[in-house]
Write a protein that binds this ligand. Sequence first.
Ligand SMILES: [Zn+2]
Ligand SMILES: [Zn+2]
Length: 464
Amino acid sequence: MTLPAFPPPREDELLTSFLIRLALANALRPTRLPPLLGLPTLWRRDPDRNATSAGLKVLAAATGLPQARLEETTLRPLMGRLHGEADPNALNRFLLHVDRHTRAAGARGHPVCPHCLAEGGVLVRAWRLTTTVMCERHGTPLVDHCARCSAPVSHIRAHLSDRGRHLPAPYHPELCSGCRQPLTAPAPLEPPGLKAALFLQGLLQGAAYTGQARWGELTLSGHEVQGVVECLSRLHLPPEAAQARKWRPEFAPVEQRLPMMTATGALMAGGLVPCVERLRERGIGALQVLARVPRREVPEWFSNVITDSLSRRPHARRLVSLTPGPYRFTNAQWARARSALPPEGHTGGGRGGRKGHREALEAFLTRHWLGTHERGWKGPVSSPTMNRRVRRLAQDGHLDGLIDRLLEDLPAGPEAPVWAQETREALMAPETVRVLERLGSRHTSTLWQLGVQQAARTLEEVQS
Ligand SMILES: [Zn+2]
Ligand SMILES: [Zn+2]
């Protein structure tokens, strides 16, 4: 069967919205159209999510539209780009569940922008993503229930309940399906929150629509974006989540998701390096970020950066360009650096003689670069000796002076000699930074930031 009239789907229009317009253009009730085409069960579930390829094929034949275009009115391709294989029956993260055909209070309505609909717009797929909480054009939060009568927003219900009418109800998605008054939008969000919310939803939409998105300097795949956003958004669960153990954004109204996504956007703005810095400032540990999300969902590099930067347990850095090994100053380097240290004084003449500053500091950097535990350390200078020496140098401020010298002398860039790269990596090693922090070093933050920047650069190199 071919329909006499077929208005094409608009940009990003949802299948259900298109189906309703298609039926009305043919003077049919939307509930009658699918059975006429031989698709009697189409409305029973959530067609935007569950429409089958066979069903879309029938629609393509009836409208003359390419089936691929109709596929792009469903949510399946978006989920496919975020999750790889999208199983329509599985709980798809980031895909909002809506209760379509009920008027019950507390049911989940479909999020919409009342302004867009009032201007003749249609329902779009982006509104079904859990991260989409704002209208980009109007700067106002989306709404999913009527502010007057609390009925959940449903563009379908008006057409399901029009039995007994002679003519199909006209298409007015801008009206509440309960009280038939225009839906109203809350006031626009103020700039910082607005920017943050738009940033996050833009990131996820980029991933869902194109399969990749830029985050700061990095280009991430759809699956990487969803893993990172899942980890970071779970740090901002709304108060409601404390009461409901299985709280999920996929089942939450806009008003619960809005603060969550705004806070996540503010955390992620600018890219990986500023994001990790903000986590550190807030005292958030690696486990808090990573432990609540299944491992296979989290990109390995993200997990490595977070563990390297925020873990409280000692271990070696995972994202490195060099393999950690024994650390040695070059003679020229040491000649300059030692002038920052006090004279070594008498050597005491104990058993085997005392180790000098150079041996002690080389052992210190080696042990922490390798991430070797105190008990596992078998170097030429024992852990207690090394610790005592370094602690004393730190108390007098000599240790910071030494690090100043070392950093001043380091040639930068990819062409830097190996000794310079080794010095940088040994100083930035998570355990070195942690010990320096305990010793009250003023270099802690700088070294830590260098470490995260280095990790981000390593990622970019891997990508390019
Ligand atoms: Zn709008
Ligand atoms: Zn209403």
